[in-house]
Design a protein around this ligand. Structure first.
Ligand SMILES: *Cc1c(COP(=O)(O)O)cnc(C)c1O
Length: 355
């Protein structure tokens, strides 16, 4: 059977009707990969939900399919977003598929190369702002209020509705059970809120009989929720979560508190270590922001967070790997030395490598 995207698969749980013209690139159905290395390190069953396998390379596609379908239903001719990169890539692609226009506001110099090239090749009107993401979002909101343009940032409720399908998929892939812990990077805080909503709905519909503890992770230099204050000048290598005033701040706190979880901070060093561990030991290339979830559980593991629980049965931890590593090749090249050219001779190659 052909997979036709998350609206087709989960329409029962989504605000669509038979009349909705579905704009899809067949997003979702991403792999849930068992991690040998992390499972061993944490004495748990750790699974990686590889959202980088979505059509534009990040989880944003789950929400964008619904946001753009609903924009079309409302006869909108243009969508707008502010973006650290992945929202703009996704908005541009789905707008292209829908045959409508897109405008994206990005913070100058803070968007990874792959993401920028996506927005441009999908024909978005890209405006680079001399400011940060939070300022860009404020401006995008203002434009959407005053002009006939649909805002497709996660303030658009259809975004979170679409993104909650990630939770459904995980439970379906685990044969009708929820993980014990759900670890996820937190930027604008929409995704953690969407996942929690998804788990609660599956629970209410008796698709699962427990809900996970939600573990969110911000970068140390961009951790407003952890520090309980707006960060005016957020700093981190993880550009996708470089956000100082998250739009879904309150909802993320609710997800944390209702689930008995936590939102913690990880340093750039910890993020990059997890980034390299995933690539070198698991064969999974993610962008730095995605590695925050793995850095977070490793940090909790060192504090024996997962062992302190009563039951002896292995806990299931699911980490969301939010975006693909190819989005941000510069980060990889910064971490690993570029190879020097050698003469095209056997002896030169043998001198350069260990065989
Ligand atoms: C958008 C994004 C995030 C942050 O998600 P929020 O919903 O803003 O918290 C994390 N990682 C990647 C790769 C993203 O694109």
């Amino acid at each position: 059977m052909i997979w036709r995207g998350v609206i087709d698969r989960y329409k029962k749980y989504l605000p669509v009707t038979e009349a909705t013209l579905v704009v899809t690139l067949h997003e979702g159905n991403t792999p849930l990969i068992y991690s040998d290395v992390l499972s061993r390190l944490l004495s748990a069953a750790v699974y990686l939900k590889y959202e980088g396998m979505n059509p534009t390379g990040s989880f944003k596609d789950r929400g964008m399919t619904l946001a753009v379908s609903k924009a079309l239903e409302a006869h909108s001719k243009m969508v707008i977003c502010a973006s650290t990169g992945n929202t703009s890539a996704s908005a541009a692609a789905y707008a292209a598929k829908a045959g409508i226009k897109s405008v994206v506001l990005i913070p100058k110099g803070a968007v990874a190369l792959g993401k920028l090239s996506q927005a441009l090749i999908h024909n978005a009107q890209v405006v680079s702002i001399d400011g940060n993401f939070d300022q860009a979002l404020q401006l995008a909101k203002e434009i959407a209020e005053k002009w006939p343009v649909t805002l497709v940032n996660s303030l658009n409720p259809f975004r979170l509705e679409g993104q909650k399908t990630g939770a459904f998929e995980i439970c379906d892939q685990l044969d009708g059970r929820a993980p014990d812990f759900h670890a996820i990077p937190v930027g604008n805080a929409g995704n953690i809120s969407a996942y929690w909503k998804g788990y609660k709905e599956y629970f209410k519909n008796k698709k699962i009989y427990s809900k996970p503890v939600m573990l969110g992770f911000q970068a140390q230099g961009a951790a407003p929720i952890v520090k309980k204050r707006i960060i005016l000048n957020p700093k981190t290598v993880a550009t996708a979560i470089k956000i100082g005033n998250p739009a879904s701040w309150r909802m993320a706190e609710e997800a944390r508190d209702e689930s008995g979880g936590l939102i913690g901070a990880v340093t750039d060093k910890e993020i990059l270590e997890a980034y390299k561990l995933l690539a070198s030991r698991e064969g999974i290339f993610v962008e730095p922001a995605s590695a925050a979830s793995v850095a977070g559980i490793l940090k909790l593991g060192r504090k024996r967070y997962f062992q302190n629980r009563r039951s002896r049965k292995k806990k299931i931890i699911v980490c969301i790997l939010t975006g693909h590593g190819l989005k941000d090749p510069d980060s990889a090249l910064r971490e690993i030395k570029n190879p020097q050219a050698v003469p095209a001779r056997l002896d030169a190659i043998l001198a350069a490598v260990k065989i």
